[in-house]
Design a binder for this molecule. Structure first.
Ligand code: SF4
Length: 480
């Protein structure tokens, strides 16, 4: 397990979650967003004959590629070079930053436009470029909003999902010279961002984008967006730099199509995103536009450590965000509580693996184990099982608090003594009933619990075991 993770704030998950529960604006934004993605995904899936077969094809592609990763990465590099571009390898985020900084300095770049790139978030690339005096502008609308707010993304496909329309309006009013223009409607906010970004695209010396896939047999990078900002970022500046991680490579365009079929449907509920673009190198002499230089920086950042191990399946993640949208924990506390780049169920696995389990030990526990994440994951990644393994690892490494370890040991002992267990659940039931009806407990002793949580209690039905016993008894009686 790597030990350094300077920007990992996951150690504060509990405190940040408590703050999130009490943040009315955040709760309003999360509630507003909650159903949208879920409904659209369900409709998009119902629209096709067999989403299951799409999923199987996409999973076959990923399984095959991960099993032959070195071969396809090497093939990709060869073909990028054939096309006149250059591939750079970065083991760590620091190396990725240094490579990009070196390219920018060699071209005497003063301004950079950026498309959405989660890999650059891993490396805190913006901070590194800005420290070198380079002006960076995010061009994805959500990323632009959070750049103005000086915040990290809170969702992997909707970075500003935690912001209300009013908060975005206030940000634009503070950052832009609006005169007497009004921004009462979302369309006006979009127009405002577009008008601000237009000149930035034209002025940029370097354009940096992410990539949804790297196509090995053509040496191309595929980018899917709904705003077209990726295309303007890639084609207008003299230099195009692509940031991607090792698992983004796929064998060919047919394989990429198999993944595209499940990606947009799982992410935004679209059959396909508005723009699906392929970038295959610098401009040719007779091309009308395109960059003079084309670079692809491929980051490892602990991913090769996952190969051939219990967490290898995580490398099949296509960053669709479906597991976040369907997670009861993510939908209640939002993305910032998770403290690092990747939130929600996939982040609860990736953050400990890519940064440090010790610092992120609360994340594998931020799950109800309802299993929705695995159910909706187009790549069939067994997230709950991985979270369970991380919990086991925490237990073995003594990272769980002593009180939890003792409580678990006591619970294990109790479950082996049926009568005592029965008695203990009745006692707990009685204690909870008193807690909910006693105002001193509610407003003083357990104030923080009741500020953010309900304790629904159906006195008529009793405990689970009482109900279970009743059902068994009536079944036996019915059979006699
Ligand atoms: S783990 Fe699955 S559902 Fe979650 S982002 Fe990755 S591919 Fe999508």
């Amino acid at each position: 397990m790597p030990s350094t993770a300077p920007h990992n704030q996951a150690a504060f998950f509990r405190a940040k979650s408590s703050d999130a529960l009490l943040d009315d604006s955040l709760q309003a934004a999360l509630n507003h967003a909650k159903g949208g993605f879920i409904k659209k995904r369900a409709e998009a899936i119902a629209d096709v004959d067999s989403f299951e077969s799409y999923k199987q094809q996409a999973q076959l592609v990923k399984n095959h590629t991960i099993n032959n990763l070195d071969y396809y990465l090497h093939l990709f590099e060869q073909n990028v070079e054939k096309n006149g571009g250059q591939v750079h390898w970065a083991s760590t985020p620091e190396q990725l930053n240094n490579i990009i900084l070196h390219i920018c300095e060699r071209r005497d770049a003063k301004t950079v436009t950026k498309g959405k790139s989660m890999v650059s978030e891993e490396a805190y690339l913006n901070a590194s470029l800005e420290a070198a005096g380079i002006n960076v502008t995010e061009t994805d609308l959500g990323e632009y909003i959070i750049q103005l707010a000086k915040e990290p993304p809170s969702h992997i496909i909707a970075p500003a999902i935690h912001k209300t329309r009013q908060q975005v309006e206030a940000l634009f009013k503070e950052a832009h010279d609006l005169g007497d223009r009004q921004l009462d409607r979302i369309a006006e906010l979009v127009d405002e961002a577009r008008s601000q970004l237009r000149q930035k695209f034209l002025d940029a010396d370097v354009g940096i984008t992410g990539a949804n896939m790297l196509i090995a047999d053509t040496g191309s990078a595929m980018i899917v967006t709904n705003e077209g900002n990726g295309d303007l970022t890639a084609t207008l500046p003299k230099v195009h730099i692509i940031t991607a991680s090792i698992e983004k490579v796929v064998p060919d365009l047919e394989s990429a199509s198999a993944i595209l079929r499940v990606l947009a449907r799982s992410a935004t509920g679209q059959a396909i995103t508005s723009y699906t673009s392929l970038f295959s190198g610098p401009r040719n002499v007779d091309d009308l536009d395109g960059p003079d230089e084309f670079h692809v920086v491929i980051l490892d950042n602990q991913r090769s450590q996952m190969l051939n191990g219990p967490y290898e399946d995580m490398l099949k993640c296509i960053r669709c965000g479906a597991c976040l949208n369907h997670c009861p924990v993510y939908s209640t506390v939002g993305g910032h509580a998770y403290g690092w780049v990747y939130p929600g169920p996939m982040g609860a696995v990736l953050t400990p693996l890519m940064t440090s389990l010790k610092q992120s030990k609360d994340l594998p526990n931020a799950s109800t184990f309802c299993g929705r994440c695995e159910e909706v994951c187009p790549m069939g990644i067994p997230i709950p099982e991985m979270l369970r393994q991380l919990r086991n690892q925490e237990h073995k490494e003594h990272l769980t608090p002593l009180i939890s370890r003792l409580s678990l040991a006591a619970y294990m002992w109790l479950t082996r003594h049926h009568r005592l267990f029965h008695w203990a659940t009745k006692l707990t039931h009685w204690a909870i009933r008193n807690a909910t009806s006693n105002s001193i407990i509610k407003t003083r002793l357990l104030k923080h619990w009741f500020e953010a949580r309900e304790l629904p209690l159906d006195d008529e039905k009793g405990t689970f075991l009482t109900q279970y016993d009743k059902i068994i008894k009536s079944t036996v009686k019915g059979q006699q």
